[in-house]
Ligand binder design. Sequence first.
Ligand code: XMP
Length: 325
Amino acid sequence: TWTTEAFVEEAIREVRAKVSDKRVLLALSGGVDSSTLAFLLHQAIGDQLTCMFIDQGFMRKEEPERLIKLFRERFHIPVHYVNARDRFLARVVGVTDPEEKRRRIGHEFIRVFEEESKRLGPFDYLAQGTLYPDVIESADTNVDPKTGERVAVKIKSHHNVGGLPKDLQFKLVEPLRKLFKDEVRKVGRSIGLPEEIVRRHPFPGPGLAIRIIGEITEERLEILRDADFIVRDEIHKQGLYHDFWQAFAVLLPIRSVGVMGDQRTYAHPIVLRLISSEDGMTADWSRVPYDLLETLSNRIVNEVPGVNRVVYDITSKPPGTIEWE
Ligand code: XMP
């Protein structure tokens, strides 16, 4: 029978045998896969592991800070933090097409990854949080014909865009490759990852950039980050976080008229997207209590400058998608 303890023991043994005294690079995203992987590898090979976190500026409020702090202070795993916020923003200025946003963010990610890995390297191995379903799809890896070893051609967190350049090829370390998502969660929990990571809602690689409909500006990012923070804060406070598959805010680029005090306002609407789902393939809008919607609406309009209206998306998937872009 499969136990997490046996898995962890075996994985550590395998990693040590494979890596020997070589160096391994890991791109940390903050999700459960890369976090579990970081933990496991740190136990297996200690400071032969380099964890890199690229901050593209599209994460949720306080998330980069919390992640780094957690790894450094609580788990004593050093994280190389790369602040690339300005670069990413510059790349998406004026872009409104959703797929073009993804493409540019993906390419910039690869570029930053390349620069930083050359600066910190050389590395022999790239650690990826590949899971069993990814192996089955397997379009994101090549097999070296001579050794039969899997080599990285893409980065998992940006598998939808942008392959690695030819001169930047790593051999892969993929200790989670036989696991399903729920098994990764069990392993993560057993090696001491906190529930906030183990049961975190899915969050797209391009992040808030695809939740600002149309053009991305620094001001709009700030508005969305604050509104999104209130959504999470409130559902946490009310003990509802785990009732949702995902729960987030979307910022629309249009403006509408409102009134606050005796002042006319002309500002952006926020869309609430509260979703229940088993796997993200199909999804239902959540039948939440009106009181929750009221609290969210009041808090967002009162606490977030630049927003004067909140609407609730009652579209399921299909025909809607979970994200708006
Ligand atoms: P949709 O919007 O297609 O989303 O119903 C299904 C799931 O996929 C996530 N999603 C993404 N994840 N990069 C990602 O890593 C992306 O570009 C992307 N687009 C959507 C979405 O959050 C949902 O969980």
